[in-house]
Ligand binder design. Structure first.
Ligand code: ASP
Length: 301
């Protein structure tokens, strides 16, 4: 990995990936964090609850100094570029920026342009990548004792717009997962060549769920859709693709249910499933803090 950079799942070595996942699990079980003295900035140009707060909590628990910049209220509204904004923060002493932005590919572009002394973590770029979400999902499953090499993981929903799905597929492949199945309406399937090639695509969720150990449900990303995606009727979507208790019964009895949040109850999944005993949704949120601590440790130590 480039020093202090986490842009996508293909960047770090497998060794670094495994260290982050194992360290996140150890931290969740009470291992002492490695104290840090650096200054980091959370720079968010898109709405976020879980990612922004968990990065802040992770940094605080490590003793990092944290600057929070709300993109909507920054000088970007006066026309300043993201590159100039980050360079400005760096000149003031920020050593690593955690960036979320709606433009797909922006972190790859910036990574070429920024001074090497400024670290960068991609906290979600448009429809691109969300590597820290994939790492926290792997840590959540590892903490639950799931053996990925033997697991069938089904990813269901709006794959076309999902940076979470793209990063999860990349990570699960690198970790040697048993099988990945994709499910969702044809109109929301990923474009060829966008990181999902060669995976089995199911045209109905019931069939996809047979023998599944894990099902990751994705949010319907209305904000990233245009006319070409066709109008989406949410009630109809739930009828065909929503995870209900009856549907979940098709999977293995101990199949875990995941969702990166924010979830839409009654659309991607029913409230009973979201709050049920197989749901890991709040475990993912808890593990997000430990995983982001492990990522800061890996990049800054
Ligand atoms: N929170 C995740 C993301 O930022 C998933 C979502 O928004 O649907 O990509």
């Amino acid at each position: 990995m480039k020093a202090m950079r986490l842009i996508d799942i293909d960047g770090p070595s497998l060794d670094v990936i495994e260290t982050i996942v194992e360290r996140a699990v150890a931290l969740s079980k009470g291992s002492e964090p490695l104290a840090q003295t650096h200054t980091i900035a959370n720079v968010f140009f898109e709405p976020s609850t879980r990612t922004r707060v968990s990065f802040e909590m992770a940094a605080t628990r490590l003793g990092l100094r944290v600057i929070n910049l709300d993109g909507e209220r920054s000088s970007m509204t006066k026309g300043e570029s993201v590159l100039d904004t980050l360079a400005t923060l760096h000149a003031m002493g920020v050593e690593l920026a955690v960036l979320r932005h709606g433009h797909t590919g922006i972190c790859h572009e910036l990574s070429e342009q920024l001074p090497p002394s400024l670290g960068l973590i991609n906290a979600g770029d448009g429809c691109g990548h969300h590597p820290t979400q994939a790492l926290l999902d792997a840590a959540t499953l590892t903490a639950k004792g799931v053996r990925l090499s033997e697991a069938k993981v089904v990813i269901c929903g709006d794959l076309r717009h999902s940076r979470v799905a793209r990063s999860n597929v990349a990570l699960l492949k690198r970790l040697g997962v048993g099988e990945i199945g994709l499910a969702g309406p044809e109109a929301l399937m990923p474009a060829p060549g966008s990181g999902f090639d060669g995976l089995r695509h199911y045209d109905n969720l019931d069939a996809a769920l047979i023998d599944a150990d894990v099902v990751m449900m994705l949010r319907v990303q209305k904000e990233r859709m245009d006319e070409s995606d066709g109008g989406l009727d949410l009630a109809d979507y739930h009828l065909h693709w929503g995870l209900t208790t009856e549907r979940l019964a098709k999977a293995k009895p101990e199949c875990w249910v995941m969702h990166p949040g924010p979830m839409n109850r009654g659309v991607e999944l029913s409230a009973q499933v979201a709050d049920g005993p197989q749901s890991l949704i709040l475990d993912q949120v808890r593990m997000s803090v430990f995983t982001r601590m492990a990522i800061f440790e890996a990049l800054l130590s």
